[in-house]
Design a protein around this ligand. Sequence first.
Ligand code: FE2
Length: 349
Amino acid sequence: MRENEELAEKVKACVKSLLSGEKSGHGEDHALRVCDIAARLCQGQEADEKVVALAALLHDCDDYKVFGQECADNLTNAVKIMDQCGVEPSCREKVLDIIRNMGYSKLLQGIRPATVEGEIVSDADMLEGLGAIGIIRTLRVKFYNNEPVFDRDVWPDINITQEKYKRKSFYINHFFEKLLRLKNLMFTEAGKAEAAKRHETTVIFLRAFFQEQNLPDWLDYLEEFLENNGLAANNASVMQMRLDFESFTKIKDGVKNIELRLCDEKRRQLKLGDNILFINRENDETLPCKIVGLCRFRDFGALVESLGAKQCGWDKEISPEDADADMEQYYPRDDIKKYGALGIVLERA
Ligand SMILES: [Fe+2]
C-alpha cells in the first residue's frame, strides 16, 4: 500500500510539472480533483485503486485540445511519465487502455470504458463538468479560447456530433450541448448519486441566469430540454390556487382542463410536473392536479384563439377580443400587456 502511495506521489509531481500553468480547465488542479473523486468512487467497488489513481492523474496529460492530436493518439506524456516513475508494464497497459477509451468526445463516438476502473475514472472526470466546479471550469475554458458567453438569439445545437463538439460555441449553449447531459452518462451508482446533486446546482445556475435577464423563452427552453432528455429532477413543487365554485366544478368534472393566469414572476416559476392544489372558495374542497403543459401567449385573446375557449372554461366559443375583455375583470390591462397570458394545462393527480 505504502508503495502505491509513493508511486502516486511521484506521478502527481510529474503531472504538476507538465500541467502547471495550463489554463484550459485541464490543468493539475483538475487532475488532482479527478484523482480524489475517483478514490471516493472506489469505495465499495472491487477496483484496482492503483490503476484508478494513475489513470485519473494522467487522463488529460495528452489531451488533444492542449497537446495536439499526435500526443493524444500516442499518449506520449502518459507513457513517458509512467516510464519515469517505474510503473510496471501490466499496470501501465491498463492505465493507457482507460485513457484511450474515456472522454466525452469518445462517448459521442460510442466508445465506452471497458473495465470498472475505467468507469470510475470516466465518472470522476465527467463530474468535474457538473456543479460549481463545472460552471467555473467551463467559463475559464471559454475565456481561454476567446469564445463568447451568450447570445439570446443563438440557440444551442442539441444534435451535437463529435465533429461539431470540437467547434467553438457559446458558454451558455455548451451547457445544453454537453454539461447537462453528463448526469445521464454516469456508470457507477456512486457517480450517479453525486452527478444528481451537481446537476441540480448546474440547473439552478442556468435558471438564475435566464431569470435575471428576464428571458422566459430560454427558461421554457431549459425546462423542456430537461423534460425531453430525462433530466428533470424529482422536485415537483405544490402551488395552491383558490377558485370560484363554477371554475372548480368544471375542472373537477373534466369540462375544463386549462387554467388561465397572468404570466407574472410567480407563475413563471411553475414547471411541468409541478402539482397545483385547487381550493374551492365556497367550501374549501380541494382538488389536486398536475401540470402537463405550460403555454405562454401575449394576451388571453391569443391564448383562446390557439387553445380553444371551452377547454379554458368558457361555456361557448368566444372571440379573442371578448376573451381579453372578460379576463380584465381579474387582471388590469396593463399587467396583461406587461406579463402576457399563461395557459396551465392540467391533469387530475
Ligand atoms: Fe479531464
